[in-house]
Design a protein around this ligand. Structure first.
Ligand code: NAD
Ligand code: MG
Length: 383
């Protein structure tokens, strides 16, 4: 029996994780659940999975959650600090970080310090402070098991290869809903169009990131830290069918890929069961449904975010933190119809050139950079 805590239980990853837990009775016990604002779903989840603790981020909803769970003995907390408590419960073995955004940083640190293994969906945390997080995980003997499908693929390809040399990795990208489109088309796309991902149903932020290729950019940075790679060892290849989830090329030229239907429950299931594989009833791949798997180069001049992310990784220091914070602001602004699709990259680039660079940031430097960038990007949005 593995005891699992889910941060961001009401989101796309969180709800699929609970489906995985439900489908494997006797294997997993839920210890804590958190949500930002969807109190009704959090209450329903708590009544079903009976965790020790729930946290509702929005403090205005605390009383209603508390009242609904009054007879259950489940501890109910509210607010940002409580997330760290939910992440470090003594009873927990593994914390699934399924919160969206850099707000996941502090609870992830709390979980690692409490020696909890991490099932990492919240890629923004590794983008912001990958050096600190990976050092801390080493120091506390904590495993970080990727849930992001590409990184789960690489992780699975590396099982049994601990003493072998990776030449490079290829992260596959679907290309999103605007693959093949030009800049004049993108200038006028709406959020409704951007939210229609061809292969995956996900939260709003990552869906916009997929349309703008920032998701792949963030994943490049995430891969650097998860697999201890140099930037030159990471490449991106567009693969619209999303069947090959990513590939590793070793120093003998041999390549390993992990494949399967696009279903996030698979990498979640793998992260929960790791190092075992546990049988599942997920739909199986049929070659005749996919007679062609195709690959092409990303259009980096149209989708500038990918190069901006590579540049942030090359410049290192707090630059990935800047790009992440700026991106969180512009995605939100795009979702609120405040700016156009192409303006997102313009504002991110402006933040990268104007926010003070710090070569060796501390945690406080990262938190300050995150805050300053959000303020500056917010001003650029309203200009
Ligand atoms: P989502 O928007 O569907 O869910 C986000 C969750 O985080 C919700 O439970 C919400 O209550 C919580 N949350 C939001 N803001 C919060 C805040 N300020 N404080 C505390 N909690 C907050 O997002 P998602 O699609 O499930 O993505 C979650 C993470 O997983 C993201 O980092 C994303 O990049 C990553 N990821 C998602 C997918 C996917 O298929 N959805 C795939 C790979 C990686
Ligand atoms: Mg991914």
């Amino acid at each position: 029996m593995k005891n699992i805590s889910i941060l961001g239980a009401t989101g796309s990853i969180g709800t699929q994780a609970l489906e995985v837990i439900e489908a494997n009775p006797g294997l997993y016990k839920v210890t804590s659940l958190t949500a930002q604002s969807n109190a009704d779903l959090l209450i329903a989840q708590a009544l079903k999975f009976k965790p020790l603790m729930v946290v509702i981020g929005d403090e205005n909803k605390y009383q209603s959650v508390k009242a609904a769970l009054a007879s259950t003995g489940i501890k109910v907390l509210a607010g940002e600090d409580a997330l760290c408590e939910a992440a470090s419960l003594a009873e927990t073995d593994l914390v699934l970080t399924a919160i969206v955004g850099s707000v996941g940083l502090k609870p992830t640190i709390a979980a690692i310090k409490a020696k909890k293994d991490i099932g990492l969906a919240n890629k923004e945390t590794l983008v912001v402070a990958g050096d600190l997080i990976t050092d801390l995980a080493k120091e506390h003997g904590v495993k970080i098991i990727p849930v992001d499908s590409e990184h789960s693929a690489i992780f699975q390809c590396l099982v049994g290869e601990a003493f072998n040399t990776i030449e490079k990795i290829y992260l596959t990208a679907s290309g999103g809903p605007f693959r093949g489109k030009e800049r004049d088309f993108l200038a006028n796309v709406t959020k409704v169009e951007a939210l229609k991902h061809p292969n995956w149903v996900m939260g709003a932020k990552i869906t916009i990131d997929s349309a703008s290729l920032m998701n792949k950019g963030l994943e490049v940075i995430e891969a650097k830290w998860l697999f201890d790679l140099d930037v030159e060892q990471i490449d991106v290849i567009v693969h619209p069918q999303s069947i090959v989830h990513s590939l590793v090329q070793f120093n003998d030229g041999s390549m390993k890929a992990q494949m399967g239907l696009p279903d996030m429950k698979l990498p979640i299931h793998y992260a929960f069961a790791y190092p075992d594989r546990i049988s599942s009833s997920f739909k199986r791949f049929n070659f005749m449904d996919y007679p062609e798997l195709t690959f092409s180069q990303a259009d980096r001049s149209t989708f500038r975010n990918l190069d901006l992310a590579f540049e942030a990784l090359r410049r290192a220091g707090n630059m990935p933190c800047i790009i992440n914070a700026a991106n969180e602001v512009v995605v939100n602004a795009f979702l609120q119809n405040q700016i156009g699709f192409l303006e997102m990259s313009d504002i991110i680039e402006q933040c990268m050139s104007d926010i003070s660079f710090i070569a060796k940031p501390t945690l406080n430097n990262y938190l300050e950079t995150d805050e300053l960038t959000r303020i500056f990007a917010g001003e650029l949005v309203t200009k």
